[in-house]
Structure formats: C-alpha cells, structure tokens
Design a binder for this molecule. Sequence first.
Ligand code: SF4
Length: 484
Amino acid sequence: MNIQEVLRGFSIDENVVARILNALDSEKRLVMIRAPAGSGKTTIVLCRAVELAQRGLRTGVFFRTISQVDYALGLIRRILRISNVSVKVVPVVGKVRLCLNPPPDSDPFPKWCDYSKCPLRSRRKRVREFPSVPESLEQLMNIGRSNGVCPYYLSLSEAEKADIVIATQAFFINDKLMEMLGKLDIAVVDEAHGLMHLITEISEEEYRRGRELSSMRLEDMSIEDAGILSRYEDYVDTDGDEVVLRGEGKRLKVVPPIRLIRKRLESVKKIILVSATIYPTGLFGLLFARGIDAEIEVIPGLIRETEKRKILGVVVEDLSSKRELRTPRQYDRYAYVIRKLIERIGKPALILAPGYEFAQELSKRLGFPVCRDPREARGDAVIGVLRGRFSEGIEVDLGAPLRLLVITGLPYRPRSPEFLSMVKVYAREYGVDFYELARAIEESDMISALIQALGRVGRREKGVGVILDSRIRKKNFGMKLVII
Ligand code: SF4
C-alpha cells in the first residue's frame, strides 16, 4: 500500500502528511504529535495502522468518545476502499453502549451481567458472518441481536484476532480492559490530553457500604447495592495514590500519567499520543515523557482559522468572566456586546458561558433560553455552557448551521479540592513546584476547552467564532484581535 497515494484521496495538506509520517517513523518508543483540529492527523494515523497491519503488527487506537469510535470506523472503511487492502478491524466500547439487556432505569455496571443472570453471559461464541470491518457500533448490536449473542463479549472475543482494535480510552487506562484486547504492538491515543487527569473517585458512603457488601452474596443484594459493590471493587482495584477528602466526603485515587505510560510500554512496542491541544509542549513532555526519550512533533496552528471558520478575539476594557468581576453590571455589558455581535454577524447564534449561573444571567438579559442538551435547543439563538454537551464533538444546528459562536470568557476550571489534590500528587511525583504546575495544567485545560468549543462553528457552512474576554489580549494565540 502506498500511504501517500491513499492519503491524497483525503485532501490533507502534504506538508502535514510528511511531518506526521516522519514522526510516526521515529525509532523512539514514545511519539507525541500535536496538530490542529481538522488537519487530518487521525486519518494519517489510521492509514499507518492499516499499513502496519499488512506487516503483521497489531495496533490499538484509543478515542475519547464512543461517537469518535464510530467515526473512525467510517474513516478506516474509506481508507480500505481506496487502498484496496483487507484487514480485520474490531471496535470495542463499554457495556453501557453495547448491552442488549440493560437495567430498567440505569446504565449497566460491571457486575450487572452476573447479577441479572443474563442468558447471553454464556453465549460469547463467535458468529460466522462477523464483518472484517463493522460499519458501526449499531451494526455490532444488530449482529448480537440476530445471533442471540452479547455484542460486548462478542466484540472482545473478535478483538483478540483483529489487526486493528478501535476502542475508547478507558481500555488504555484500565489494566484489565487493556489485557482483554490481546497483545498489541502499537497503541495510539487520540486526544491524549484526556489522559492528563487520571482520577478515580468514590464517596465515603459508597466506600463504606461497598466494603460491607464485599462479604455478601451478589444474589442477596438489591440492584442498587450490586451497583455500589461494582463501583467499590473498581475503586479498590485501581492503581494510584489515595487521597481522602474528609470535607468533601469522598476519596480519590490519582495516577500521574508517566506511570501509566511506563506501564503500557512494558507490553507494547510503541505508544503514539496525538492531540490538537498538547500545550504547552513542555508540560506534556513533563507529564507523559519524563525520563523517556520521546519524539515530539508540533504542527503549528493551535487555534487556527479555516476557510469556513473565522476566529476573533474581542477585547472590551475589563470585560472578562473573572469571578471577582461577575457583577450585574458586567452581565449587562456582556449582553450589550453579544447583541451587537448578533446584529453584525447574524444568527443562528450559540452563546457559551463558563457556568450555569453565568448562562442564566445572560439569559435574563438576552431572552435566549439556556439549554443543557443540544437536542432540546429551540430557536435561532441559545445559551449553553463551556465543557457541556454543546462543547462536545457534535454538529450544532439551530434550524441552520451556526453563523456565530460567542465564548463569553476563558474557560478556566475552578480550583476544586480534587484538582488541587491531583496537582499535589503530580508535583510530588515529578519533583516540580506545586503552584507552577497548577497554573500550567489550568492553562492547558483552558486552551483545550477553548479549541473544543471553537470546533462547533464553521463545520459545514461559514461561521465566526468570537472569544469575548479582555484577558485574550495577553494570550499569544495568534488570532485577530478587535479592541473596542
Ligand atoms: S451479557 Fe451482555 S447483554 Fe447480557 S447483561 Fe451483560 S453486557 Fe448486557
């Protein structure tokens, strides 16, 4: 297979193709690649996985969300059509997506199959007509239904024979899940910044109850208790430094990313971390590659405009979402500027606020509804929250594709006790200053959220993304600034 020729069918910038392929060819066992969203990095990596499969090497590609697993299946089918190559690809995601007999009012939990005595537990046989590359997770469900087999266990048993496994990041993070995929040669983690916060938590109440339940028989428990026992066992089995947050009534286990990377390098030949937001590069080098000779490739363009997406930073003096500035007058000023932007640029418009309280204040002044779920959105202007469901990788369509997206503030996370505990563990592990590390992680997190939110506009039709916070002036994002 001629990888460059296949990639020509995807109209990806040849310079990006050359640089990413070059990084992937590195002799080093850890490769980190940052390339802007929409630059074609996932396609290039999947193409390389197909090429490696022809050489007998097994690759696992780990995505952040289930919808990205579905999307990758479509991409890989296209690659195989263009290249006329045949390899076996199996998607693997959790029971929450693939269970055919879930609990009536909740998601399935690890012990659910045994607790419910699901008849499909023992039907983990292989099916004859399993496609070499399933079209989608829905097709996997249908194969399970028509053969009376559990799709979750079916996908795991097929994964062992696959050349390429497409899974969610949970399979990379969790030792037991990773083992179920069989021996992999290469592990690729897409949107690898998702591995920056490796925290597992449980409430003190569930922890105590789970410990009591661990000596009881599963069949004597209520469904609620079986769920608690599952979460307790999951927590106990998780590696990591434990932190007890007495004031919050919960406990956490924190894993510094370097420990996970080192552990995975014991079983795979090479790890490739890919992200649009590996920033600042030094922070990621520290968190993921400290003491490891890694290849780091950075394709310029962190927050970049495309043919369809214009990006503007609008600076109005002291107009910022900083907590100490959140007064009624400040919300009035925000509403005023948003109205002006809509007059100039038009609708449909999506306003993303840094939190629900902020969103409600804007809603009172602008008269647009606050929506938590894009499916509930009505009208041609709505308000959502940053990092919420509007910010995820979905197409926002308010009757027509978005014309305007306004981000009303830089999306810094609050310094929660969980965040501070995580940074304390990391600072100890890496031997660095706590405050500097906290600031660097906050900044990196904020930029990730910003890039993700900006991805909502200019997908199919032309649109404008506006960041409305005076702090943008001091950031070196390379975007056009309008100072009012
Ligand atoms: S065996 Fe499969 S279908 Fe049955 S409960 Fe478990 S995950 Fe669901």
